[in-house]
Design a protein around this ligand. Structure first.
Ligand code: FAD
Length: 492
């Protein structure tokens, strides 16, 4: 490493965010740019630790110390070459990844970890600025046609890899534009959509064909796909939302989070005039403490909600790692997102009992109670705290309690793909139970992260390439090193 003592000299710094009061007036990204000097100091903090746990913390196996060093040396060409050798879309992960790499950075044992995500985003942006990222049209074509169904990060990564391997790739997408949840889920204040468009233009120039407004199984039958393509990658996400089965969940004003968030993104892009769900002036309850819940808070604040309260069943996590959750494990600590900073009450250990409504069938409140978590025989369970039942006002409730698996739309069945009991498809090494049909992303592993979706797309591409050509020279992770359990059982 160029800088031997950077970790002693410089403190961790991340970009300043715009004032919450100002930024809730728009949907633009919240970070201010950072000076090159400050960035250089951050890269200098990477300390040549010898055994870089960040590699295995990252689902993509990003080669982090090497690109940190290239940034320190201001060698942007090498930095982007190293980064893109493992990650097709660093401009996405550099903005929205929860950065498991930072959680396992060796410096993080007793100091703040290296600001790896910031460095990744800067490499990507600098590379675009310096024209180091441009279309690379494959020199040879194999004559094999691959259909990728779904254009989220998993489908896009699979398409990118397979196109570079010389196959003719068509991406089918039921939405009006490609991107999956990057476009119609994650709010613009986390990821502005020009970032996706910029990448899609390059992929199209490289030869990937995008067929949008095409729902496979509806506009085009699975049989047609199977007879016209040599292989299929299903990457349709885990879109089946988990329901909250309590009385009153059918009252007007109780919605799944994605019905609100997806529409808002369409409003921002001009595809829709107005969001049919308006949080302006309303008492909003967000049920579920994860990313989706946090995005509902940010969006409700931008609508001008009267109040926002987020409810979580689990207890409030600690501020710091507990002894039983040591480095380099993912820290189970309290996370405060930029949307939380913009304003919301957060209640933990809450049992939601019943939505109450008026004579018009509209939700007006939520009956809830505090709970106490207990452990017995290694198992956690909760008990309601007597005397804590109460009803709080609610004009609008967003259910953000996760997804149970791939949509129950008959698509897997139409392709002859068998499911496990938990509704995920059976899968082995990204193969499904149907010959020539491969699986990637949230639809294969269950709801997860963009970085995992990209990793899945890349790995599925290797499996497809091997199926088509007998062997593959596409890069592949060494799974014994990454301890990834990929065989979800049941496929020989
Ligand atoms: P998806 O992105 O879900 O894409 C699947 C695509 O398939 C969709 O475009 C869908 O329209 C299409 N499709 C479905 N059926 C068909 C069909 N029959 N025919 C054609 N097309 C079809 N992860 C992070 O890392 N950081 C975050 O900050 C983050 N925030 C999130 C916020 C929200 C609100 C949500 C819901 C998720 C968030 N995630 C985040 C998770 C992340 O977005 C997903 O893990 C990731 O997008 C999964 O990628 P995928 O390609 O597997 O599926």
């Amino acid at each position: 490493m160029g800088a031997k003592q950077g970790f002693l000299e410089f403190k961790r710094e991340t970009p300043v965010t715009r004032d919450p009061k100002e930024r809730v007036g728009d949907y633009k990204e919240i970070y201010e740019p950072m000076s090159e000097e400050a960035l250089n100091h951050q890269a200098a903090r990477c300390m040549d630790c010898g055994v870089p746990f960040c590699h295995s913390g990252c689902p993509l196996g990003n080669v982090i110390p090497e690109f940190n060093d290239a940034v320190y040396e201001e060698d942007w060409k090498s930095a982007i070459e190293i980064l893109k050798s493992t990650n097709n879309f660093p401009e996405f992960t550099g903005r929205i990844c929860p950065a498991p790499c930072e959680a396992s950075c060796v410096l993080g044992i007793n100091k703040d970890p290296v600001a790896i995500e910031l460095i990744e985003k800067t490499i990507a942006e600098k590379a675009y600025e310096l024209d180091l990222i441009h279309a690379k049209i494959p020199e040879k074509r194999t004559g094999k046609r691959v259909a990728v169904i779904g254009s989220g990060p998993a489908g896009l990564a699979a398409a990118d890899q397979l196109n570079q391997a010389g196959h003719e790739v068509t991406v089918f997408e039921k939405g009006s534009k490609p991107g999956g949840l990057l476009r119609y889920g994650i709010p613009d204040f986390k990821l502005e959509k020009w970032v996706i468009d910029r990448r899609l233009e390059i992929m199209a120039e490289e030869g990937v064909i995008f067929s949008c407004d095409t729902e496979v199984g509806f506009n085009i039958k699975a049989e047609n796909i199977l007879s016209n393509y040599h292989a299929v990658v299903l990457a349709t996400g885990a879109a089946q939302p988990r329901a909250l089965n309590i009385p009153g969940n059918d009252l007007k004003g109780v919605h799944f989070a994605m019905d609100f968030l997806g529409k808002q993104n369409q409003v921002i892009s001009g595809e829709l005039d107005k969001n049919p769900i308006d949080a302006g002036g309303k008492h909003v309850l967000v049920i579920g403490g994860g990313d989706t819940g946090s995005d509902c808070i940010g969006t409700s604040n931008r609508h001008g909600a009267a109040s926002i309260t987020q409810l979580e069943l689990l207890p409030k996590p600690p501020q710091k790692r507990k002894n039983e959750n040591p480095w380099p494990e993912w820290p189970m600590t309290l996370r405060t997102s930029s949307s939380h900073e913009e304003g919301a009450d957060r209640l933990f250990s809450i049992l939601t009992k019943e939505f109450v409504g008026n004579e018009k069938g509209e939700v007006t409140g939520l009956k809830l109670a505090d709970i106490e978590w207990k452990a017995e025989g290694g198992k956690m369970y909760f008990e309601e705290v007597p005397g804590t039942e109460r009803t709080i006002p609610c004009d609008l409730a967003f259910l953000a309690i996760g997804y149970t698996g791939p949509a129950e739309d008959g698509l897997l069945e139409a392709f002859g793909v068998k499911r496990l009991e938990n509704s995920l498809p059976k899968s082995k090494n990204y193969k499904s139970s149907a010959q020539g049909v491969f699986l990637a992303g949230d639809m294969r592993r269950g709801q997860s992260l963009v970085v995992w979706a990209i990793s899945e797309g890349r790995e599925a591409a290797v499996a497809v390439d091997e199926f088509l050509m007998g062997t593959s020279s596409l890069p592949q992770k060494d799974e014994s090193y990454f301890h990834v359990v990929d065989d979800l059982e049941g496929v020989d």
